[in-house]
Design a protein around this ligand. Structure first.
Ligand code: IVH
Length: 711
């Protein structure tokens, strides 16, 4: 049977899909009969079970930022509940998630009641459900064809912004749809959020509420996780969780560092504002200087809607942020009003969901993979499964604690997910499908590559192979050194590294620079021209910038970004090696853990020898030292006006500059913030016309982390 399936992958897939759907339905098969075969009491029990389960998932999603079910799985449960409630309206419970928009907010922020509820959207799981939506809407409106706007469905956190007389006054999370959390201070740190609206091309209504999504771009997500790793903190599973976690920080300085983005897409209550279409509303948002996602499109009829939806799905991977579907909205506001709303969603809009980026598959084996630092990472070899257009055959299991927490074993059926550009990971085990004879997995005591001891030190999450001459570590270190984001030696790929280490031609990074044309040409499948090119690329790498070299050396906790920070501050390997620990610790973004990593690196004789050898080959990059440390205000310009209560002008200016920002006496388009105190005059008006954010002295002090007592 196994061999038969092996030769017929499509059959294998079908069988796997079939088994998968069986597993998904396991609960339903065992827990419930079709409603027509249940008695009233059984239906009531099933409804209560579904509500309890959905509310638990809501809590994990909205409050803990730690969901254990995919969106598709959640939607399936919700649909089952809605089906039952439609059949048995007398059994609809007050606490049913179908009667509310979400779940109650956490109490750490002040509650803020929305003037009109923040609704959710009904989901269309496939093209047919979008077609059904169009038919339903046209039937209600008695129309042959209808105009829509189709937009990307951003995968972040829904928020509301309130502008009074054009000034950003308050902002909140969606919460349960009725009451959200007051996160005004945190929202103010978002650079694309105007603190005052522009009124040059369109009158700004006296009272304006708008809704939008806060999200994090893939690049910022990866940087954040890199920093989390360096600081020994736990990683965010995906950009949405990272955005939610960053926005709900009690300390808005942390939010400020996370580079969150916001796009506005819906109105709340707006006074004295008349428009005919959603398309026009989007234009109004742009006129007021509010950020919108420019990929919205006007569609005439459902055929065009389907084309735009499919295009979005196809181009999804090319975007620099996550989207999880499209949103189709009836364009004419008069029709929207005619269609009205249900309890939790409007009748005039629908979310077209993309195919899940989570799939179910089986772990064929678990392998201990040894990296360049000697860290032993357990990796699951999976039955290959397509997720979001990519075939996934391996997924990280992170470390022994994660394996224990999820109780992952060889042979298990598991949910695997891809989020952003991160390595696929196993989300959870489907316990119902577990082989009762399976065994718990333990990272081996001896390295699978060199048989050296593998140990886990106190306080560390990872196991490490103790043999620094382990070929896996040597290969990993060399691969890292020559990679794009380090010395960028073109043509020096994984295969070549493997060949060179296996044939004994190189044993360390420095040996790369002693390679000869003959040695390279003697390798299997190496053309003379390729050998020449590689030698040329090796030669070119000798003039690489200092940060590339620092990154390439693989100093513990020092990734690309911190390499740049350290290169700017210390200017050379010598400078960095002589830095004292206190000086390192006070360097912005460095901190004690990274500082220790640097000090320990330069204590090791083997590393010092490597640096000497590299210098002998002509690699000793030097760069001008930038004494103004790059701080949290890098790239930002400030103007101060009016009376400052706690700071005098000079010290305010000094604070900006020591944090990497710049100051000026006059306001211009390039100004990012006007810090205004009592008595501020014409600069305020100018800021309003130029769309420059106005903040108070207190806001400024919060931004740079100086409270009253420290002034
Ligand atoms: S419109 C009344 N447009 O999706 C309609 N929502 O599942 C309100 N979302 O709560 C929403 N992108 O947080 C709308 N272009 C978009 C959206 C969008 C993402 C989120 C929003 C909403 C959730 C509904």
């Amino acid at each position: 049977m196994g061999a038969f399936l092996f030769f017929y992958p499509s059959l294998q897939r079908n069988l796997a899909n079939y088994l998968t759907s069986l597993v998904y339905r396991w609960k339903s098969l065992y827990n419930r009969l079709p409603f027509y075969a249940m008695n009233h009491q059984q239906v009531e029990q099933r409804i209560r079970d579904l509500i309890a389960e959905l509310n638990e998932h809501n809590h994990r999603y909205y409050i803990l930022d730690d969901p254990i079910i995919s969106d598709a799985g959640y939607d399936q449960l919700l649909r089952e509940l809605q089906e039952l409630e439609t059949e048995f309206p007398d059994l609809v419970q007050d606490d049913s998630p179908s009667q509310r928009v979400g779940s109650r907010p956490q109490s750490k922020f002040e509650p803020l009641t929305h003037t009109t509820p923040m609704l959710s959207l009904e989901n269309a799981m496939d093209d047919q459900e979008l077609i059904d939506f169009d038919r339903r809407v046209r039937k209600d409106l008695e129309l042959e064809t209808l105009g829509y706007v189709v937009e990307p469905k951003l995968d972040g956190l829904g928020v509301e912004l309130i502008y009074i007389n054009g000034v950003f006054t308050a902002g909140s999370t969606r919460g349960d749809g009725f009451i959200g959390e007051n996160i005004t201070q945190n929202l103010k740190t978002l650079r694309s959020l105007p603190l005052r609206l522009r009124s040059a091309s369109r009158v700004v209504p006296p009272y304006l509420e708008v809704r939008g999504e806060v999200f994090m771009a893939h690049k910022d997500f990866e940087n954040l996780n890199q920093r989390q790793l360096a600081d020994g903190k736990s990683l965010f599973a995906n950009p949405r969780n990272a955005a939610a976690g960053s926005l709900r920080q009690l300390d808005s300085r942390i939010t400020a560092r996370r580079n969150l983005q916001i796009n506005i897409y819906a109105p709340g209550r707006i006074d004295d504002f008349e428009i005919q279409t959603h398309f026009e509303f989007m234009q109004a948002l742009k006129d007021w200087g509010l950020p919108v996602n420019d990929r919205y499109q006007l569609c005439n009829g459902i055929e065009e809607v389907l084309t735009v939806h499919q295009n979005l799905e196809q181009n999804r991977e090319a975007l620099s942020y996550d989207i999880d579907g499209s949103v189709t909205k009836v364009n004419l506001i008069a029709y929207q009003e005619q269609l009205g709303i249900r309890s939790r969603s409007p009748r005039w809009a629908i979310a077209g969901k993309f195919k899940a980026r989570q799939e179910i598959t089986r772990i064929m084996s678990i392998e201990a993979s040894v990296g360049r630092t000697g860290a032993v990472t357990p990796v699951a070899n999976l039955e290959p499964v397509p997720i979001g257009g990519v075939i996934v055959a391996r997924a990280t299991l992170h470390n022994q604690d994660e394996i224990d927490r999820k109780d992952v074993r060889e042979g298990d059926t598991v949910v695997v997910q891809r989020a952003g550009d991160v390595i696929p990971e196993v989300v959870k085990v489907i316990m119902e499908a577990r082989d009762p004879h399976s065994q718990a997995y333990h990272i081996p005591e001896f390295c699978p590559v060199c048989h050296g001891h593998v140990i886990r030190l106190d306080g560390e999450a990872k196991h490490y192979c103790q043999n620094i001459s382990c070929p896996a570590q040597i290969k990993g270190r060399i691969e890292h050194f020559v990679s794009k984001r380090c010395l960028d030696i073109d043509g020096f790929g994984t295969k070549l590294v493997s060949q060179l280490v296996d044939t004994g031609l190189i044993k360390s990074i420095a040996d790369i620079y002693s390679l000869t044309a003959d040695q390279l040409a003697g390798l299997d499948r190496m053309a003379e021209k390729s050998a020449e090119n590689i030698l040329q690329a090796i030669e070119n790498s000798k003039s690489a910038e200092l940060w590339r070299m620092l990154h390439g050396l693989g100093i513990r906790h020092v990734g690309e970004h911190l390499s740049k920070v350290l290169a700017r501050k210390y200017g050379s390997l010598k400078g960095l090696s002589e830095a004292d620990i206190e000086d390192l610790e006070i360097t912005p973004e460095v901190g004690p853990i990274v500082a220790r990593g640097v000090k320990e690196f330069f204590k090791e004789e083997i590393n010092l020898n490597l640096i000497v050898e590299l210098k002998g080959h002509g690699l000793d990059p030097v760069e001008e030292v930038d004494s103004t440390s790059p701080g949290i205000l890098v790239g930002l310009s400030f103007v101060f006006t009016g009376k400052l209560d706690f700071l005098n002008r000079d010290s305010a200016r000094e604070i900006v500059e020591s944090n990497g920002g710049s100051t000026s006496n006059s306001i211009s388009k390039k100004t990012d913030f006007l810090v205004a105190g009592p008595g501020a005059g014409s600069k305020l008006e100018k800021a309003a016309t130029l769309g420059v954010k106005v903040i108070s002295e207190a806001d400024f002090r919060k931004m740079v982390g100086i409270d009253q007592d420290h002034v």
